[in-house]
Write a protein that binds this ligand. Structure first.
Ligand SMILES: Cc1cc2nc3c(=O)[nH]c(=O)nc-3n(C[C@H](O)[C@H](O)[C@H](O)COP(=O)(O)O)c2cc1C
Length: 237
């Protein structure tokens, strides 16, 4: 009778199979990772490309909106200089700027010389309901009255806060010809807060932010107009 040899090393018989399985698993993981990585790269590239394209578009649209607004505030037949060329770089924390902006000056021919007529300030109010509201305000040099205000960009809610946009309502025209002192300081807010300017039903935050920011721009002009005009005189063409 033959004795069956002890089966001690039986599990070792499977070792080559296990190694093969592990190798194939690793190879499958690494090829799947490579495919996944490739698609992640393609998707990231598409998203980045779309973002860059859109950002350029937005900047250009804002520039066009600003130019249109400039000529609404100081129409071409009311000034004699090339408005787009008469500008200086300008950044003021007090006017809410987050980056360098452009300050424009309209001039009018008087007694053979071009006299400053209206400074057009870019302003950002950071107190809108949905964030920054960018606008420009033209302030006349002779009496510091408002030549006009136009909102350039905002994210306020359609039907609630967007009445600051002239395309939606003529609310913004109420500021024309106003100045510091007209109304008095207490009047420079919305009616709900004791001021003279209309609010919007159920949406006071937006008009309040804009009204206070416009009053602030008038104060800034009062304090800085002389030095700003000197910068225009000193600028190298
Ligand atoms: C979805 C939603 C959107 C709103 N959008 C604005 C807005 O764009 N501007 C604004 O002033 N208030 C907006 N509000 C209202 C404000 O929450 C706040 O109630 C209001 O400005 C206060 O104004 P009141 O004192 O006239 O009620 C919005 C509210 C909700 C629920």
């Amino acid at each position: 009778m033959t004795e069956t040899p002890p089966n001690d090393d039986k599990p070792n018989d499977n070792k080559p199979d296990d190694a093969k399985k592990t190798a194939s698993l690793l190879s499958s993981i690494s090829s799947n990772s490579a495919i996944l990585g490739f698609f992640a790269f393609i998707c990231t590239a598409i998203i980045a490309g779309t973002y860059l394209g859109t950002e350029e578009n937005i900047i250009e649209q804002q520039r066009q909106a600003q130019l249109k607004a400039l000529y609404q505030i100081v129409p071409k037949n009311q000034h004699d200089n090339d408005l787009l060329d008469d500008n200086i770089p300008f950044e003021a924390e007090a006017l809410g700027h987050r980056k360098s902006q452009t300050l424009f000056l309209a001039r009018k021919d008087q007694q053979g010389a071009q006299q400053p007529l209206t400074l057009i300030y870019p302003v950002t109010t950071r107190d809108g309901y949905s964030g920054d509201i960018d606008f420009i305000i033209g302030i006349n040099i002779d009496d510091a009255s408002i030549a006009g205000v136009r909102v350039i960009s905002h994210k306020e809610t359609p039907g609630l806060g967007d009445k600051i946009d002239l395309r939606k309502s003529d609310w913004i025209l109420d500021f024309n010809d106003r100045r510091l002192g007209d109304p008095d300081i207490e009047g420079w807010t919305v009616k709900k807060d004791g001021g003279i300017f209309d609010g919007f039903t159920g949406a006071t935050i937006t008009p309040r932010a804009l009204t206070l920011s416009i009053a602030n721009a008038l104060r800034y002009h009062h304090q800085n107009v002389d030095s700003l005009l000197q910068r225009f005189d000193a600028r190298v063409n």
